[in-house]
Each structure stands twice: as C-alpha cells, then as structure tokens.
Design a protein around this ligand. Structure first.
Ligand code: SF4
Length: 220
C-alpha cells in the first residue's frame, strides 16, 4: 500500500481535476437527502434525481410517506432497482422519525444507523453533506479507486477502506475527498473503461501500470 504522503499527493492531483466535486443527489433539506441516499443504493444519482423530482413534490414530510399505502410508495419509485424493499424501508424510516425523533433526521451516527435502510455509507453521507461532520463514505467508486491506486488493499472490505482513508487523509479533507474520489471514479477511473492512457496518476498507479503492460503485450 502507498504511504499517507503519497495518498495526499494523489489527492492533490484529483483535487485539481475535480475542484468542484459535490453531492449530485438533488435535495432541498436533510430529510430529502436521506430519502435520496437511501434510494441510491445500486442506482445512479441521475436516475434517483429523475425519480425524486416528482417524489419530493408529492411527499414533503415523514407523515406524507406513512399516510399512503405501501403499494403507492412502491409505484412512485417503481423504476428504481429494489423498489419494493426501498419503499418498505422508507415507510419504516419515516415511522421511526415520527415516533422517536419528532419527525427530524438525527445528526449523529448511532441514531442514523438505527433507522430502517440506513447503513454506514448512508449515515456518513448524511452526516457529511447535511451536518458538515467530517466523514468519508465508501461507495463503489471510492472503493474501486482506493484499491486501484494502492491506497487500500484489494482484499479490504468497505469498513477497512474507510478506516485506511481516514488514517491517510487529513480530517479537514475527508468530506471533500469523499466527493472528489467519487467524481474521479465516475468520470475518469471508470469501472470498465478507466482512462489510464491520459491519467495524470498513471506513473504511480499499480492498476494503471498493469493495464498498460497488458495492452502493450496485446499490441505486439
Ligand atoms: Fe484509474 Fe488508470 Fe488512472 Fe489508475 S491509471 S487511477 S486505473 S485511470
């Protein structure tokens, strides 16, 4: 694995590529953000934004979601993967918010992960984006990029990747780094077609070097 110093150097390069990286899930308040992040599991932010455009017009509060039958919420998010489970979780989460938190999304990790459908990643995104708490949420892009660059080990699970990133990146950069690693993975170091040939990190990237060697061999 690469050192913390090298990690920060790489992050500086990514920072110059994506200085304005930020959450791409549309929302007007913390409650909408929480619903959007919950919907985003195994779905693209673009797709979630399409669905929430009408969803957030119809449902403004936790009470609105529990006032209709489950089937109606399912219908309203039907185009999103795992919609049955997600609709169930949305109603459970709203019920919990009403019963335990006066209808307000809590601002701490323990309470957040006690809500239906809210795991470590969702809680970290909500804390970071809505409450400005320094966090690094590890989604598929953050995990892939961290492993390809050698910041984390290929065999690490998401919690280990998160811990490693927090160790190697200064705390005041966590939230920004989280968005920048997502942008880098989403628009540059893509899962199937990473842009290694034009990548400013190629010289130091173990995955990129491997891919370029393979490509040269194939061309011979
Ligand atoms: Fe990703 Fe390739 Fe750049 Fe490595 S060299 S970070 S694999 S795009």
């Amino acid at each position: 694995m690469i050192s913390g110093k090298k990690t920060v150097e790489m992050l500086d390069v990514i920072d110059s590529m994506f200085p304005d990286a930020e959450a791409e899930l549309n929302h007007d308040n913390t409650f909408e953000l929480t619903i959007a992040v919950l919907l985003s599991a195994q779905a693209t932010d673009n797709h979630v934004n399409k669905v929430t455009k009408s969803l957030f017009k119809k449902y403004k509060t936790p009470e609105d979601y529990v006032a209709v039958p489950l089937e109606e919420v399912q219908d309203d998010i039907r185009t999103i993967g795992l919609f049955r489970n997600k609709a169930k979780n949305i109603q459970k989460l709203c019920r919990d918010l009403i019963d335990k938190f006066d209808g307000v999304v809590p601002d701490n990790y323990e309470d957040l992960v006690s809500l239906a459908g809210v795991g470590r990643k969702t809680a970290n995104v909500v804390l970071s984006v809505a409450f400005d708490v320094p966090r690094i949420a590890v989604d598929t892009h953050v995990e892939r990029v961290s492993k390809r660059l050698g910041i984390a080990r290929y065999k690490d699970n998401v919690t280990q990747v998160e811990e490693t990133l927090m160790k190697k990146i200064p705390e005041d950069r966590w939230s920004k780094a989280h968005h920048q690693l997502i942008f880098f993975g989403r628009y540059h170091c893509l899962a199937r077609t990473p842009k290694c040939e034009t990548c400013p990190l190629l010289d130091d990237c173990r995955e990129g070097q491997k891919r370029m060697k393979r490509k040269l061999k194939e061309e011979k």
